[in-house]
Design a protein around this ligand. Structure first.
Ligand code: C2E
Ligand code: CA
Ligand code: CA
Length: 441
């Protein structure tokens, strides 16, 4: 189990919460009584209060004036995180709290990426809130007591909150063993034998339930966490590979020597040391290098051509396979195909089944599919068609000379135990009969 990071930080009663230095949201436990920050302290960071209670207060004429009481789901110190101005009030945890800390840069990145009108509007609103706070502060001299709650705190942007907490939770997910690999079978459609599996990650979030990879891989990429996650996947595959080999021995007539594929992200491909790390992971496991196949997209190759070439060639020399994922969607210069040690083209689902908005029409894509088959043939690489959902797709692909297929027709991605059971019991004829019976029922 990878133990690369531990980011659940604890504050102490005596120390104010340290200003965060990295660019990743961090979850912290704050004990009741801790001062998060004092009036006049430098700004630059803020907190999202996941649970607990925080009192916002100022000292006026030797009196502690409580401005507000913040609870679950509210921001603390967000204005200074936004405009870097000194803290206009102090904040103290009055109950034990769990907070997610974020910094100015993180907010700023989001503001920069926004519609310019919206970012201007937010800037104006912050200025207006600041001006109102000054007026309120002036009133303290005479009134002595005022409980105020900025209206902006109520108007929390749920999407932004979700993102911040998701980032923080992702940091802990590897250590907490919250990831799982599911395996989707890949079938040799000439012989209808089971040939391999694509490993697809799943995140079992303690509160949100199952989080789909599309919902967290982009965050992991933005926050440099993706390589840790890919390492976890490779380790897991290397560990599970012997079990798949063993299961295949129980069904030698209908199962080929299996391969397992892992998805690499652009960041992995751009990291020279990552290739060495994979090499080490394979050598330190019982996974034969020929059993592992790396899936890389055209775009990630384009962005990191030199490193990718070096890294993939070295791994290919060991026997590791290299597949181009989502082939046909990249609009890239195909010259790279001759420069890289590729073993497989994986045709994107949109080319196999058509765009979701159009009627499913494999016929319309036939010329492109033929072109890919011809190209693969000339390059001496195999072709996997993704997203094969019915027997019409399958027959057409067989006629076109496609080697392998993957899709819901055969199976959705399965947890490891079910995937192993599929290996032991795979028989296309039985499978087809069951499928037909299920459809006619
Ligand atoms: P992908 O690499 O193109 O993976 C195939 C996706 O298509 C999977 O979704 C799979 O469940 C889905 N799929 C397979 N057959 C069919 C079908 O017949 N019909 C339809 N409609 N969908 C089908 P999933 O598991 O949600 O993964 C989505 C994407 O997330 C993957 O696309 C891949 O880009 C990324 N991903 C998944 N696991 C990992 C991982 O471990 N690391 C990285 N870097 N990316 C991953
Ligand atoms: Ca893939
Ligand atoms: Ca794909």
């Amino acid at each position: 189990m990878f133990r690369g990071f531990s980011h659940f930080e604890h504050s102490t009663m005596d120390g104010r919460v340290n200003r965060m230095k990295s660019n990743i949201s961090r979850k912290k436990v704050i004990a009741a009584g801790t001062v998060l920050f004092r009036e006049g302290d430098p700004g630059g960071s803020g907190f999202f209060l996941e649970s607990g209670q925080v009192e916002i207060w100022v000292n006026r004429a030797d009196k502690r004036v409580i401005l507000g009481m913040l609870t679950d789901g509210e921001f603390v110190g967000e204005l200074s995180a936004f405009d870097l101005a000194p803290r206009s009030a102090s904040a103290t945890a009055v109950k034990d709290c769990v907070v997610v800390e974020f910094n100015h840069e993180q907010l700023n990145n989001r503001i920069q990426a926004m519609d310019p009108v919206m970012s201007h509007l937010i800037g104006s609103l912050v200025e207006r809130i600041r001006a109102t706070n000054v007026q309120i502060n002036d009133g303290f001299e005479s009134d002595g007591f005022l409980v105020a709650k900025a209206a902006s705190r109520r108007a929390l942007d749920q999407t932004c909150l979700n993102e911040l907490t998701l980032e923080a939770d992702l940091l802990q997910a590897v250590n907490n063993d919250e990831f799982q690999l599911h395996f989707q079978p890949i079938i040799d459609i000439n012989q209808m034998k089971l040939a391999g599996f694509e490993a697809l990650i799943r995140w079992h979030h303690p509160k949100r339930g199952l989080v789909r990879p599309d919902q967290f891989i982009p965050f992991a990429e933005d926050n440099n966490l993706i390589t840790n996650i890919t390492r976890w996947c490779v380790d897991e595959i290397c560990q599970q590979a012997p079990e798949f080999q063993l299961a295949a021995l129980h069904n030698p007539e209908k199962v080929q020597p299996l391969f397992l594929t892992v998805n690499l992200s652009g960041r992995d491909v751009g990291c020279a040391e990552f290739g060495e790390w994979i090499e080490g992971a394979i050598l330190n496991s019982h996974c034969p290098p020929e059993m592992l196949k790396l899936e890389v997209t055209e775009s990630s190759l384009m962005e990191n051509m030199d490193t990718a070439k070096q890294m993939l060639s070295r791994l290919r020399d060991m026997g590791v396979g290299v597949a181009i994922d989502d082939f046909g969607t990249g609009h890239s210069n195909l010259a790279y195909l001759c420069e890289l040690p590729i073993t497989t083209l994986k045709i994107d689902r949109s080319l196999v089944t058509g765009k979701p908005e159009s009627n499913r029409n494999l016929d319309a894509n036939k010329p492109i599919l033929k072109l890919v088959m011809g190209l693969a043939n000339d390059l001496g690489v195999t072709v996997v068609a993704e997203g094969v959902e019915d027997t019409c797709d399958l027959s057409m692909l067989q006629v076109l000379g496609c080697d392998f297929a993957q899709g819901y027709l055969f199976s959705k991605p399965l947890p490891a135990a079910e995937a192993l059971e599929l290996v032991r019991s795979w028989d296309w004829r039985d499978f087809q009969t069951e499928n037909e019976m299920a459809q006619s029922a």
